[in-house]
Design a protein around this ligand. Sequence first.
Ligand SMILES: Cc1ncc(COP(=O)(O)O)c(C=O)c1O
Length: 377
Amino acid sequence: MGKMAMARQAATVARSGEILHITIEPLESRDMKPLTDPAQLGFGRIFTDRMFTMRYSKGSGWGDARIERYRSFSFDPAACVFHYGQEVFEGLKAYVSEDGRILMFRPEQNARRMIRSAERMCLPPAPEEVFLKALEKLVLLEKRWIPRVPGTSLYIRPTLIGTQGVLGVHPSEEALFYIILSPSGAYFKGGFMPVSLLVEDTYVRAVPGGVGEAKTGGNYAASLLAGERAQEKGFSQVLWLDGRERKYVEEVGSMNIVFCFGKKLVTPALNGSILPGITRASVLELARRLGYEAEERRIAIDEVIAGAADGSLTEAFGTGTAAVISPVGSLFYKGKNYTIGGDKVGPVTQELFDRLTAIQYGRAKDEFGWVREIGRV
Ligand SMILES: Cc1ncc(COP(=O)(O)O)c(C=O)c1O
């Protein structure tokens, strides 16, 4: 099915109201899991009691939307996702404010990015309004799971996979969209600490014309080996360079990257091989509002290294849903270590982190209209 036809079909089904009806399977309180102590949460290991599921088939479009008990799936061993990696996903968070409001940060941006990722991977996208409604309903039903200790949140993982059980490289004619929830601990348990990055000049994550800007599992599988080797050497993540010349900075393992030359912020422009991060876009908008200059352009690793060596590069940080902002204290490139800003958290990084998290947790006025209040605890 062509892109337009796929979107049309999805839109038609959404308009009919059919898939906006979500069947909610009853769940007895005796079948609910005990909550985990927020201090023991970590990331991505504990899942809530329920999940959202919705199925697609070429003939009938999307349907059978339900919120059911979190459980294993059963698929044909020939399912497309297992053989040809037809999969896309998203990651976002729900927070509880001090006064008990349940907040989500720019979920419509995740819905739209998932549609773009799905189109690139020839999967039928779930319409934005369906994505948002499913998310809200599920999070509200599972609200007891949203941790309330500062820095904690409920991580939300919408996923879309091709499930047709036929071998042969072709777009799946059946798909499953599901959402699972995982309470997550504070990212910076030991305080807001700078990380060290290894500039990767052998392996690449993505190439021009490839799938780098789609949030698809294969990009992460492709990144594992370099990430493992970097961690064995004591670095927290790799900083990827461009796939053609290994000359220009792209992004970090699961974050976009921003360099600060005093009050001027520079980040690689979206070029098709970088994931268009929602935190990245928010940080750029916030920084501009605060009076910083923020440039999106091609940036050579040589320029970054020269800046670190002569001190004009004063700070660097990664941006992503997990950490929000993660200070970068050093870069290791071609056998040499370069410290940035004395390996300390700089004032620009701190200000942007404080301001953005204050908006996300509902402590500061949201001048941008980013925060969506979906209910109360
Ligand atoms: C490869 C990659 N780049 C960047 C990001 C940051 O994106 P966002 O700010 O939307 O979480 C992520 C995290 O989702 C990622 O996996």
